[in-house]
Design a protein around this ligand. Structure first.
Ligand SMILES: Cc1cc2nc3c(=O)[nH]c(=O)nc-3n(C[C@H](O)[C@H](O)[C@H](O)COP(=O)(O)OP(=O)(O)OC[C@H]3O[C@@H](n4cnc5c(N)ncnc54)[C@H](O)[C@@H]3O)c2cc1C
Length: 293
């Protein structure tokens, strides 16, 4: 197997294009296990970790750009994660410190594992994936980027260069809630929530975004009909229960090696309630109350 470590994006794209079957490698956390187990056998590996400028986090006004080579641990150390509970919670749910030290943001979204923890948080932030194919820079909405298990919109020679999003309003609240079978293990149910209350009255929900992983072939934003249940109201326990029950209809759970489907539905209900309640507590809206009269 050939191995290249180009030091520019255009060189990396050329190296990818000229081989019959070339693969990008970044942190190697998903690629190396696949290679070791013989599940893939590309004739060329293009290691992108020497490409400059892909390891920066840039905040300009409310616009955020995270370079593809920023590792989860590096991102966790930034002020961005101090400010954005939603992002911090999702990263802290990923595996353990060694995986977070090596795994990159670009590698995570490109790998498109349906149980990846970060995509739901990024989907709630309306994030875009930025990619380069040697000619043009493309921006993909993260809600449409994932096509199927381990499949994205990227062409084989296209490189993710970063993630972009706008900071949500300071009075909003967000979190990522997940359940795992073992400490440091993959999530069996994960849901991100971002609640934005009205800035003037402080309690009417004007925008609510929910997205989940491990519940379908791809990380998914919850259907707008369900999100709309939260909008236009002061959120109370009855509304939260309604959303937590409705979300089950959005899932496409398969009977795989994990827990049985009914149990996983139960986990999603619990995680959804937890995520909405925590997001609400962290917003400037008043705390959750029983159903309003
Ligand atoms: C033991 C273990 C436990 C884990 N547990 C979790 C977990 O709980 N939650 C979770 O979310 N993740 C988990 N992971 C996965 C980890 O988060 C991903 O492996 C990691 O994010 C992928 O990033 P990477 O830089 O290592 O990518 P690599 O392994 O280098 O690459 C992964 C894939 O992405 C492609 N790729 C990489 N970078 C780019 C790019 N810039 N542009 C285009 N394609 C690219 C590669 O070709 C490859 O197909 C776990 C991994 C391990 C090894």
């Amino acid at each position: 197997m050939q191995y290249y470590q180009p030091d520019s994006l255009s060189d990396a794209v050329d190296r990818l294009k000229e081989a019959d079957e070339a693969k990008i490698v970044a942190g190697g956390q998903s690629m190396m296990p696949l290679l070791r187990q013989g599940l893939i056998s590309p004739d060329r590996l293009v290691d992108i970790t020497n490409i400059p400028d892909l390891n920066q986090v840039t905040i300009s006004g409310r616009s955020v750009e995270i370079g593809a080579l920023v590792t989860y641990s590096e991102l966790l150390e930034t002020d961005l994660c101090t400010e954005l509970d939603l992002l911090r919670d999702a990263i802290e749910a990923i595996a353990d410190v060694p995986v977070r030290n090596a795994g990159t943001i670009g590698g995570g979204v490109s790998h498109a594992d349906p149980a990846q923890d970060l995509p739901p948080a990024l989907q709630c932030l309306d994030a875009q994936v930025v990619s380069f194919d040697g000619k043009e820079t493309r921006r993909h909405d993260l809600t449409e980027f994932f096509l199927d298990y381990y499949l994205t919109e990227l062409a084989p020679h296209e490189i993710v260069t970063g993630i972009e999003f706008e900071m949500p309003p300071a009075h909003s609240g967000g979190t990522y809630a997940s359940d795992t079978e073992a400490p440091g293990g993959w999530s069996t149910a994960g849901i991100a929530a971002l609640i934005i209350p009205d800035e003037d009255d402080g309690e009417t929900c004007v925008d609510a975004r929910l997205a989940y992983c491990a519940g379908a072939p791809v990380p998914e934003r919850v259907s707008s009909e369900i999100e709309e249940t939260l909008i236009g109201n002061r959120i109370d326990r009855e509304i939260v229960d309604e959303v937590a029950t409705a979300i089950i209809s959005d899932l496409e759970l398969i009977d795989d090696v994990g827990d049985d489907i009914e149990y996983r539905k139960h986990l999603f209900r619990v995680m959804t309630k937890r995520a909405i309640s925590t997001a609400l507590e962290r917003s400037e809206a008043p705390p959750l109350v029983e159903a309003s009269q």
